[in-house]
Design a protein around this ligand. Structure first.
Ligand SMILES: [Zn+2]
Length: 311
């Protein structure tokens, strides 16, 4: 968490606003969790890191649009300000650096409270509040810089992570799992989308209907993710941790409780413990009710830092 993530200015009425990371930062301080964690120095992603998943021309396009003072990027959803490219680069870079620190054993696990979020960003297109695909940049960075190759990305944001799925759908080494509301933006993520070519079978989508709650949300993780992950045997687990499936969230219609995020965390920690030496990095995606968001992040982090539940 870094106060600079509040400098990505999306304008006065945008749901993806600076108060999001500020509320998370305040909650981590007030809850005493800050004292039980190590603050991690954030750093911007290099062109090379971004271009491992994004087209070079897209990276230049983002920089140009922000420098020119344009109000949106590629669609009306993705509001930008003059500092947005710099902050998006910082978000992707810090997630990648954190994932590398966990991958090579300098840290046990990590959480990156960044914005803008990333999972909708495609190879050459901004979408849905996302400029660079933070979790994808991190996965590729670790795969290129370490001996680890098999990465599991668990995306429990209420929206389907179209960008992440598309970036890895042909890769047998990166497993993409998503539980999300359907129908909902962006409209992708049907059960029939299971990967392509060599990546057939390493994409798993679990859409749930509007009105679904903890039973369906946690059921997808326990009954569908866990057996698939146990077969895949990941060496690193990354979580696209959006908290907009929460009942209080204004952008979707699921009824997930704060407590469910603690249970969800235990499930992914179990996977990381069984296969990946505990290596787990969680990355903030959505979550637009700041009270629900900060409370859910606290529940998530309490389980991440808990040294007793190591199974
Ligand atoms: Zn979302």
């Amino acid at each position: 968490m870094d106060e600079r993530f509040a400098r990505h200015d999306t304008g006065p009425h945008h749901p993806e606003r600076p108060e999001r990371t500020e509320s998370v930062r305040a909650r981590i301080e007030q809850s005493g969790l800050a004292a039980r964690t190590v603050a991690f120095e954030v750093e911007p992603a290099s062109d090379e890191m971004l271009e491992a998943v994004h087209d070079p021309s897209y990276v230049r396009h983002v920089a140009r649009a922000c420098a020119a003072g344009e109000p949106v990027l590629d669609s009306m959803d993705t509001a930008i300000g003059p500092d947005s490219e710099r902050i998006a680069r910082l978000a992707a870079g810090s997630v990648a650096a954190l994932a590398l620190a966990v991958a090579d054993g300098r840290l046990d696990a990590g959480f990156a409270a960044v914005r803008p979020p990333g999972h909708h960003a495609e190879r050459a297109k901004a979408m849905g509040f996302c400029l660079y695909n933070n979790v994808a940049v991190a996965a590729e960075h670790v795969r290129r810089r370490t001996g680890l190759s098999r990465v599991l990305i668990v995306d429990w944001d209420v929206h389907h992570g179209n960008g992440t799925q598309h970036l890895f759908e042909e890769s047998p080494d990166v497993f993409y799992f998503s539980v999300h509301q359907s129908p909902l933006y962006p409209g992708t993520g049907a059960r029939t989308e299971r990967g392509r070519g060599a990546g057939e079978g390493t994409t798993l989508n679990c859409p749930v209907p509007p009105g679904a709650g903890d039973t369906e949300f946690l059921g997808a993780l326990a009954d569908e993710l866990v057996p698939a992950a146990d077969r895949f045997e990941p060496e690193l687990v990354l979580v696209s941790a959006g908290f907009d499936a929460h009942a209080a969230d204004p952008l979707a219609q699921l009824r997930v409780t704060t407590e469910a995020y603690a249970e969800a965390t235990r499930i992914v920690r179990g996977i990381a413990a069984r296969h990946a030496g505990g290596r787990l990095v969680s990355v903030l995606e959505g979550g637009y009710d700041t009270d629900a968001l900060s409370a859910s992040v606290e529940a998530h982090l309490r389980e991440l830092v808990d040294p007793t539940g190591s199974d």
